[in-house]
Design a binder for this molecule. Structure first.
Ligand code: S3P
Length: 173
């Protein structure tokens, strides 16, 4: 079984994935980390050097590879996606066919609060924004329906810590 976490930047996918994997005694992959490791470059470097289109192609390539490599594996895997992964239709299709997808659904206010804490320097789609709240609002509006369509479980997460979110996911599964 693959449990894939989706949701907007700053919703806590990576932290929740690592806690959930610890609780469930299984391992986890972070798609962004996999891309950075395999490419030997950070995500901001990939965006700056090759552009967003190339990054989206890499997301599809590595997602496909992780899922195929995992096919014969006997235990559960938690997979933390990038915030834009499911916006690529082929990625959404791979997730829908091969994973149980959980959407960590946060409000704009919660996302902005989280992003102000963790910073946006490593997130090229946000780092140049003059008004973070407006940017998050418009991007979330454009993406929300796709997150929801891709998800088997939609989990509202405002006010919850990563530990609490991980516990809720286990209850829902
Ligand atoms: C992106 C989200 C990022 C990363 C890239 C693009 C997006 O991942 O994949 O900067 O389009 O929302 P996080 O959601 O982990 O920040």
């Amino acid at each position: 079984m693959i449990i894939a976490l989706t949701g907007f930047m700053g919703c806590g996918k990576s932290s929740v994935a690592s806690i959930l994997a610890g609780n469930m005694g299984c391992f986890y992959f972070d798609l962004d980390d996999t891309i950075e490791m395999e490419e030997g470059r950070s995500i901001p470097e990939i965006f700056a050097e090759d552009g967003e289109g190339a990054f989206r192609a890499m997301e599809l390539e590595y997602l496909d590879r992780i899922i195929s490599d995992y096919e014969d594996f006997p235990t559960t895997m938690i997979l933390s996606l990038g915030g834009g992964t499911v916006m690529t239709p082929q990625c959404a299709e791979l997730i829908r066919k091969n994973a149980t997808c959980v959407y960590l659904k946060a409000s704009v206010a919660q996302l902005v609060e989280n992003l102000n804490i963790v910073g946006v320097e490593n997130r090229p789609l946000l780092s140049g924004s003059e008004n973070l709240e407006d940017k998050v609002k418009s991007m979330l509006q454009a993406r929300e329906a796709t997150y929801e369509k891709c998800a088997d479980i939609i989990l509202p997460i405002d006010g919850l810590s990563p530990t609490e979110i991980a516990e809720r996911i286990e209850q829902e599964l």
